[in-house]
Every structure is written in C-alpha cells, then in structure tokens.
Design a protein around this ligand. Structure first.
Ligand code: PLP
Length: 459
C-alpha cells in the first residue's frame, strides 16, 4: 500500500460525538426487529453508519457560524441572496429556485418539463428521480454505456452516455417526444461513476442540434469534477471550480441535492436558464415547498449551504474525500472481496452476486448481505439491487437490474481512515464465512420506493 496516495485529513476535529458498539446477540435481535432492512434500524444501534452520504455530512466551524446569521424572514431572506449568488457564480446558471432537498427540485422539474407519454432518457435511473418522472407521465429510458451495468469492468468514465443509444431513441420516437435528457454527474447507482467532459460535450451538441434540453442531476458535481481533473488530460491543471463551471456549460439547468456536495444536512435547489421554465417553477414552488426565496429551508440552512458549496470546491477537501473512499475500496480488493470497479466518488459498492454466489437474485442477495454486515460488525450499509429497482409500472414485474450491490457510503468529513480499516475488517471477516448468509423473502412490500420501509423474513 502506497500511503502517499491517501492524503491525511485536511481538517482537525473540534467537536466529537461518541459512538458505541453493541454485542452480536443484540445486533441479531435488532436486525430481526427491523425486518432485515437497514433503513429500519435505530441510529443508536449502529457503530459505523455508512447507510448514505445524504445529509450525514459534518459541517465546518464556518458553516455553523453561518447558521447564526440566519435571516428568518418569510420573504426576501438575505441568506437566499447569498445562496443564489453563490450558485450563479459557481454553476453559471441564470435562475435558482430553492427546495427542501433534491427530490423537491425533481418534483418541480418533472411537472414543468414532462408531457405525459414523453421519454426521459438518462444515464441509469435514480430512485426518486425516476419516481417523479414516471408519476408525471414520463417514460424513463436508460442510455448509459453497457459497461456501467457490469460490476467487473474498470473504465475511467463508467457513467458516460452512449450517444448511439440516445440517437436510436430519438430516431425511433422523434425529438418532440423527448421531454429532456437527464444527465447524472456522478452516477449513483452505477457505483458513483463519473462522466467525462468529452461525453457531456458531445451529448449537448447533439441535443442542441435536435432542440432537446439537457438537465443535470448535479448531486455530486464536485466529485465528478475531481475525476475529470484526475483522468481527462485536458483538465489536469484546471481548478475544480473551473471544471464544475465547464460541466454545467453543457446543460440548460440542473436539480441539486444540497445534502451531498453542498456538505450540509438538508437542502436543495433547481437551476434553469429558460425564463418560461423559471416562471413555471416559481409558481409551483409555492405550492410544494414555500416562497421562491426559501423553498422549504430555513434562512440558516441556506447560509450553511452557500458556505458548504464553496468549501466543497477546495482542492484539498475534494482530494481527501475521493481518496478516502478509494482507500476503503482498495483494502477490500486486496482481500479478494468483489466490489464494483473502479471505486466511485461517494461509496464502495459490494458486488452481492459474487459475494453470495449461493443466492439467486430472487432471494435478494444484496438485502441479505447488508443485514449480515450489520450483524457482523455494527456497520450499516444499504441495498442497491432488485429491491431498490422496484416494479415495472406497466407489467408489475420486478425490474431485475444486472447490478445487485450493497453500498457502503462514506459521509463527508465524518470518519477517519481508522474507521475505514474497521469497516474493511468487518466485511473481510464476513466474506470468510459468506455461506452462512441466508436469503430473504418479503414480509411487507410497500407500493412506492419499497426499499425504504419494506420488511423481510429469512428463508
Ligand atoms: C440523493 C439523490 C437525489 C435526491 O436528493 P434528496 O436530497 O435525497 O431528495 C437525486 N439524485 C441522486 C443521484 C441522489 O444521490
């Protein structure tokens, strides 16, 4: 192991939160009571919480100081103006509509930009994004490169769009039947895989030639920028700030979950350049979120988000962030644990098909593996496989994704390398007795986004 690959934390710790470990017997009881769903475990029963990087970030002293500067007026809060100016400067879009979190922005965009029966091509689906597209009559169409669906193929930009897939769809249904193209940077469900500038360029050029709009799911746009700096020679000397601006220059707007790359605990926004869409978005935001100058956030939340977004662009921050995640992935690979390669931006994804070859996909190997990891060491992860993929709206059959994974997601600035060592040890230990992992069946299946609250029994 080359330690120079893993920069030490570019921060020191000013406030700490004690965590404690329960016993294996207690964890067995906890997981049974939680219906073998890690979403239903109490946080107090978890030692290392890698459920998600969403809203689990540690804010900086400056962000906390910003919280005290909250202008809690109902309308025209100065914190909104700070956020608006920051986003306009860093992303380059004309208009910013705040929302309570990313899905609030997805709801509004889907309502104003999709006509029933239109297609929404995207580089792999995301759970809440697809839900809002479909509930507004849109038809999601996957246009990510084939390799993204194969856990064992190592490519620098595994989140890229296959332009031929997009062209084939447009040729088949006609450009007017495309609501917009949704480009996620990075691609969460593919393993946090990045998209290159070269790809963003060619997709946008093609879409412009056809009069099709491009909207980005900007959730991890800073992490994506780091991979571009690292892997796309044209950008090796560019600043992260410049790369982020460049990314968005190939789109007409974006939805953003502030809970990821804004390093906050809540918040989100929608950006658009188009005046008509902006007016339509403002009309809807008052119905679902709040005034266009707060969108479901407190003034202090908007202040923390504006400060966090600037901190996320610091070169030392983002380098440590990406390398810490990679550190965990590489410790697991060294021990022969099958993971999605290459390691992405926010998480290490275990390949549950190869981890549990004794289970078929209908026995929910990833769900079972996530439960087993919790019992093994008090580490909480989440399923990203057949349970998350849900059922087809038309046929009612399960979507059966090729990727059947367990996601170990690293919160920003929360855990140290030693915590990563502990997680690696836990997973490796389990891997040595993986045959003991039992398959699962449904005890209760919710109709929507079933992975959040579904319950299971062991086979
Ligand atoms: C988290 C996430 C969202 C939704 O954002 P929320 O803030 O959780 O509502 C959308 N897209 C991607 C890729 C995400 O990771």
């Amino acid at each position: 192991m080359d330690l120079s690959m893993y920069p030490a934390e570019p921060f020191r710790i000013k406030s700490v939160e004690t965590i404690k470990m329960n016993t294996r017997e207690e964890r067995q009881e906890v997981i049974r009571k939680a219906g073998f769903n890690t979403f239903l475990i109490d946080s107090e029963d978890v030692y290392i919480d890698l459920l998600t990087d969403s809203g689990t970030n540690a804010m900086s002293d400056r962000q906390w100081a910003g919280m005290m500067l909250g202008d809690e007026a109902y309308a025209g809060s100065r914190n909104f103006h700070h956020l608006e100016k920051t986003v306009q400067e860093l992303f380059g879009f004309k208009h910013v509509v705040p929302t309570h979190q990313g899905r609030g922005a997805e709801n509004i965009l889907s309502r104003i930009a999709i006509k029933p029966g239109q297609y929404v091509p995207g580089n792999m689906y995301f759970t809440t994004t697809r839900y809002h597209q479909e509930s507004n009559g849109g038809i999601f169409h996957d246009i990510i490169i084939d390799e993204a669906h194969d856990a064992s193929i190592d490519l620098p930009f595994k989140g890229n769009i296959d332009l031929n897939k997009l062209k084939a769809l447009v040729d088949k249904v006609g450009a007017e039947q495309i609501a917009y193209v949704c480009v996620a940077i990075t691609v969460n469900l593919a393993g946090g895989q990045p998209v290159s500038i070269a790809n963003l360029r060619e997709v946008y050029k093609y879409c412009q030639s056809k009069g099709i709009k491009v909207f980005m799911d900007a959730t991890r746009c800073v992490e994506n920028a780091y991979f571009i700096k690292e892997r796309e020679p044209e950008f090796k000397d560019a600043s992260i700030r410049d790369i982020v601006r460049e990314e968005f220059s190939y789109s007409d707007g974006c939805t953003m979950s502030g809970k990821k790359d804004c390093i906050t605990n809540i918040g989100g926004f929608l950006c658009v350049n188009d005046e008509e869409l902006f007016t339509a978005a403002k009309e809807l935001v008052v119905v679902f979120e709040g005034m266009p100058s707060y969108g479901g956030m407190a003034g202090r939340d908007m202040e923390a988000m504006a400060i966090g977004l600037k901190e996320a662009m610091q070169e030392e921050y983002i380098e440590h962030r990406i390398r810490q995640v990679r550190y965990l992935g590489e410790r697991l690979m060294e021990a022969g644990v099958p993971i999605v390669e290459p390691v992405g931006g926010h998480a290490v994804f275990l390949d549950a098909r190869r981890f549990c070859p004794h289970l078929t996909q209908s026995q929910f190997p990833a769900q079972a593996l996530a439960a087993a990891i919790y019992v093994e060491g008090g580490v909480r992860s989440m399923e990203r496989g057949i349970i998350s993929a849900g059922r087809d709206k038309q046929t009612g059959h399960d979507h059966a994704p090729k990727l059947e994974t367990v996601r170990l997601t690293i919160p920003r600035r929360v855990y140290t390398y030693t915590h990563m060592d502990y997680v690696a040890r836990t997973v490796i230990q389990l891997f040595r007795h993986k045959e003991d992992i039992k398959g699962l069946k449904w005890a209760y299946e919710p109709k929507q986004l079933r992975f959040f609250t579904g319950r299971f029994e062991q086979l």
